[in-house]
Ligand binder design. Structure first.
Ligand code: HEM
Ligand code: FES
Length: 775
């Protein structure tokens, strides 16, 4: 195996394209040109890596000496495996210290070592478990009043000024004070900490010149000494409150787990981790929202949008744009083999805008219902412990500012940033407003009112955009077609083949695949009336009329088309045609070989026939009960060429049949989407409580009879992604280590269930109330 260093010597460029690079491989030139400290990456890291997401998602950067990873799934894969992809290099100086700088640091006894974020297993989880309590959502609730008080004090000081730099006036100091308060660190030297933090960031993630290195080394050395002094001071108060006091106590109780070296290193790292991240994220948030005025105005009109708007800001313009890992053995990311010891720059800002995970990913959209999947807090066992403090602060800032200064606007200015690989946020955010128009001058009570948001990830329930029904038609017997457009006439987000939206109709929230042409301004849905169903489709058929305003979640895509297959067979049963037609459109646009097999009772009951015949006539095979032309699924599978894929949406028996027929084919051959879930509601009369041991976090939870496993895990402060909460999407998957599972999802195949390695936590449970072990 060639090491990156060797490769660099051999080709000076991209190892995968080394041969082509002599002839001028254009992709390799992009990899060679990639500069993490200046140019496009410093202007907009997500945009700068668009070419990589599309063409070369894992590449070696000779300038940086790192492998750069730019796609969402690949980044998540790296975060997920903390053993193969060690965090040991997370706080390493990305630009090696000059001998002079090292001398200076030595003079201060500088010995920055493992903290939490760069500690390997098993030491890391042991330490994290010992120190987790303060971060659990229920224990953070009490911090809300303090954050609001500090925010109001700052706002009161500038509310009548009409012009302010938000960073200087609020966004720097409040997160620092909150952090110091949370940590229990004395608040007496705030000014000096600012210098130190910048020095630490440049020292760790920047590219200082040789001269700058020496000056920074002095600041970093002093920061180190300062951290040591604070620890000594805090040790004099054994009863002190705050997380660092707890850490110092644990150091005395379990010195092998919470070591001396850890305590000193952490004291320095946590001050930056806890406040610089939040200050920069908040600065990005105000800049982004005030540059997207419609979003700001929507929040002013409906503050319940705030938690998701914060999440979307963290996704679209997060403060940590790239993080690091190092392989401990040869590894594979995407389809690239990496040697042992390879250093990785995993660019969350790029993954956060990856269209493969986020529909219309480069669009800022506060109604995005999977914004919370962003990677700005990392992912997996090292995921940010303080994420709920950061979220809490950002929500309170936004809530206070939109209520008290809805007429705020960005002033003319040039934004500047500290050049580095990882921490991103403007140095200043100048804003203006007319104090005479401050709403509280007329309504003084406004200065004191406020909304409350529970600590934790935002609830999907609050996320919905307003749309209007602009078209209503009969698509087939029992099927109506709807066209929906944004209620304020704005463009709706783009979507990809296989995507769905959810109509929010109170007790009848229902998901429907998008079946219009991708470039149409509105969203087309086709909805079958199911008289035996749970009532949603009946409600829609009976009550929805043209011109009505509705609420809608999404689009999201859980049924994605792999665009690289050799050939495609698309199989639809009845109303399952809706995602299939969008896939056919896409395959036609890509010029791929495809066939559509559309099964139904009779032509009269089959939706979208005219459109299919007009757009896909040569590829369409109809199988109707009335004509006796049933689809021969076995023949379809037998005729599938190598590298071909089958996509099916239809009734369960059709999916099961194809699942059986493709059981011996390569794993990626068969893709399916059920259009209905089993009833996943819990009936406490029939359910049993059970115990679950979460091995990674060292917790044992009791899951009550009326509670899902997912809810129990979330209540313990552990983030598990979720989307459908009906067992359809697979996003809430957790690894099973031991115990019998009662699988109730529609995601796992029969053989996957038999393997007993995965559980969908939103619906599946332990069998017969038994105890289970999860990762
Ligand atoms: C870890 C981001 C706020 C404490 C991390 C990581 C990231 C991050 C990217 C590494 C995750 C990984 O390796 O998977 C952020 C952002 C914040 C924020 C964007 C604000 C918007 C905070 C706050 C605190 C905090 C307020 C504490 C009060 C920590 C700790 C870790 C960590 C202790 C180490 C966790 C571990 O390795 O187990 N953070 N952070 N963070 N963060 Fe944050
Ligand atoms: Fe979709 Fe659980 S959240 S399967």
């Amino acid at each position: 195996m060639t090491t990156p260093q060797q490769t660099q010597e051999i080709s000076g460029g991209c190892p995968m394209h080394a041969a082509a690079s002599a002839g001028g491989c254009p992709v390799s030139q992009m990899a060679e040109a990639f500069d993490a400290f200046e140019g496009p990456y410093q202007i907009d890291p997500a945009e700068a890596l668009r070419w990589s997401r599309d063409q070369l998602p894992v590449f070696y950067s000779p300038k940086l000496g790192y492998w750069v990873v730019s796609r969402y799934e690949d980044i998540k894969t790296v975060f997920r495996d903390g053993i193969l992809f060690s965090p040991r290099n997370v706080l390493e100086k990305i630009t090696p210290a000059t001998p002079e700088a090292m001398e200076v640091l030595k003079g201060y006894g500088y010995a920055m070592n493992r903290t939490m974020v760069n500690e390997d297993e098993p030491a890391h989880m042991e330490r994290r478990r010992a120190l987790m309590d303060h971060f659990i959502p229920a224990n953070l609730e009490q911090q809300q009043d303090m954050v609001r008080r500090l925010t109001r004090e700052k706002m009161d000081a500038f509310i009548n000024d009409g012009r302010v730099d938000l960073i200087d006036a609020m966004l720097y100091e409040v997160p620092l004070n909150v952090a110091l308060h949370f940590l229990g660190v004395p608040e007496d030297e705030i000014a000096v900490l600012r210098n130190f933090s910048v020095a630490h960031s440049v020292n760790t993630w920047g590219k200082p010149t040789d001269d700058e290195q020496v000056a920074i080394a002095h600041d970093v050395g002093q920061f180190w000494e300062y951290a040591g002094k604070i620890i000594e001071k805090m040790k004099q108060e054994p009863e002190g409150t705050g997380w660092m006091h707890e850490t110092i106590r644990k150091n005395a109780e379990m010195p092998d787990v919470v070591t001396d070296s850890y305590v000193h290193s952490m004291m320095m790292a946590i001050i930056v981790a806890a406040h610089e991240t939040t200050s920069l994220a908040s600065a990005n948030m105000f800049k982004t929202l005030l540059s997207n005025r419609e979003a700001w105005d929507d929040i002013c009109a409906d503050p319940s949008l705030i938690p998701n708007a914060v999440e979307e800001c963290l996704r679209y313009a997060g403060s940590i744009v790239a993080w690091r890992r190092q392989t401990t053995a040869p590894a594979r990311v995407g389809d690239v083999d990496l040697p042992e010891g390879a250093k990785l720059l995993i660019v969350q800002a790029s993954g956060n805008q990856d269209e493969r995970h986020f529909e219309d990913g480069d669009k800022f959209d506060i109604y995005r219902d999977n914004a919370v999947d962003h990677l700005t807090f990392g992912y997996g066992s090292h995921q940010c412990m303080g994420k709920n403090i950061g979220r809490m602060e950002m929500r309170i800032f936004l809530e206070e500012m939109t209520r008290r200064l809805p007429h705020l606007r960005l002033a003319e200015q040039e934004f500047t940033y500290l050049p580095n690989t990882s921490f991103r946020g403007p140095d200043h955010v100048w804003v203006e407003w007319d104090p005479a128009l401050n709403p509280e001058r007329e309504h003084p009570q406004l200065a004191h009112d406020h909304l409350y948001f529970p600590v934790g990830a935002p609830s999907r329930r609050d996320i919905a955009r307003k749309v209007r029904v602009t078209g209503l038609r009969q698509e087939a017997e029992g099927i109506i077609g709807l066209t929906l457009e944004d209620a304020k006439g704005r463009p709706l987000p783009r979507w990809s083949a296989g995507a769905h939206v959810e109509l929010v109709l109170g007790e009848y929230d229902r998901k429907y695949s998008l079946c219009g042409r991708a470039d149409a301004p509105g969203y087309d849905l086709a909805i079958l009336r199911e008289d035996e169903g749970r009532g949603g489709s009946r409600y829609i058929h009976d009550h929805i009329g043209e011109g009505m305003e509705l609420r809608l979640r999404g689009p999201s895509n859980l049924f994605r088309l792999d665009e690289d297959a050799a050939a495609y067979v698309l199989v639809a049963g009845g109303i399952g045609i809706t995602p299939i037609v969008a896939m056919a459109d896409r395959l036609k646009a890509l010029g791929k070989p495809y066939a559509i097999h559309y099964c139904g009772r009779s032509r009269a009951t089959m939706a979208l026939l005219n459109r299919l015949e007009a757009d896909h006539g040569d590829h369409l095979h109809l199988h109707t009960g009335e004509d006796g032309t049933r689809a021969d699924l076995a023949a379809l599978v037998a005729a599938l060429p190598d590298g071909g894929q089958i996509y099916c949406c239809g009734p369960e028996r059709m999916i099961t049949a194809l699942e059986d027929l493709t059981a011996d084919k390569p794993e990626s051959t068969f893709h399916f989407e059920h259009f209905t879930a089993h009833d996943t509601g819990l009936d406490p009369e029939k359910e049993q409580a059970f115990k679950v041991d979460l091995m990674d976090s060292g917790l044992t939870l009791n899951v009550a009879a009326d509670q899902t496993l997912l809810d129990a895990i979330l209540a313990a402060g552990i983030d598990v992604a979720s989307d459908c909460c009906e067992g359809l999407c697979g996003s809430c998957e957790v690894t099973v280590l031991e115990g019998d599972i009662d699988h109730r999802d529609m995601v796992l195949t029969r053989s996957e269930r038999a393997e007993n390695r995965r559980i969908m936590s939103c619906c599946s449970r332990a069998k017969n109330g038994g105890r289970i072990k999860l990762a």
